[in-house]
Ligand binder design. Structure first.
Ligand SMILES: [Zn+2]
Ligand SMILES: [Zn+2]
Length: 151
């Protein structure tokens, strides 16, 4: 993946458009209950980037706080979930992977919050798994989730 590669995306109806420059700091499947609810899906897929490379081109989106530190943004017209910002990670913005025009360019590299995974959601892709959030970047972060995953 080229440094400073640009990634474009937007919501389902096209009212919100954004652009972000890579490379991503991480691309995760998040199994936490808050992501599940905000997506209406069994697991969320998010790509994290530095905020200073992020730009809203058309908008703005609406947002709410799913916890006091977390702001989740979505399109007020079509409801697509778009962005996740956490005060604990003030340099980063997490973007819902399905909103990118070319999500195939951003393959997930880990599973986080596996402790909250729905039991029937079986993970068999061989990617690292973390009990909670992993921290960003590849070399750092919490130790991989140690419990064996039942199949
Ligand atoms: Zn929309
Ligand atoms: Zn989550």
């Amino acid at each position: 993946m080229a440094i400073n590669e640009l990634f474009n995306g937007g919501c389902a109806c096209g009212a919100i458009r954004y652009r972000v420059s890579g490379p991503p700091v991480m691309v995760e499947y998040c199994h936490c209950a808050d992501c599940r609810k905000s997506n209406g899906s069994a697991v969320a897929a998010l790509a994290g980037f530095r905020r200073n490379g992020f730009e809203i081109l058309d908008g703005p989106p609406l947002h709410y706080e799913s916890t006091p530190a977390v702001k989740r943004s979505f399109c007020g017209t079509c409801g697509s979930p778009l962005f996740y910002q956490n005060q604990d990670y003030p340099k980063d913005i997490y973007i819902h992977l399905g909103s990118f025009d070319q999500p195939e360019a951003l393959p997930p590299d880990r599973h986080v919050w596996v402790s909250e995974r729905i039991p029937w959601h079986r993970i068999k892709d061989g990617l690292p798994q973390y009990d909670q959030f992993s921290g960003t970047g590849l070399p750092e972060g919490a130790p991989p989730y140690k419990k064996p995953i039942e199949t």
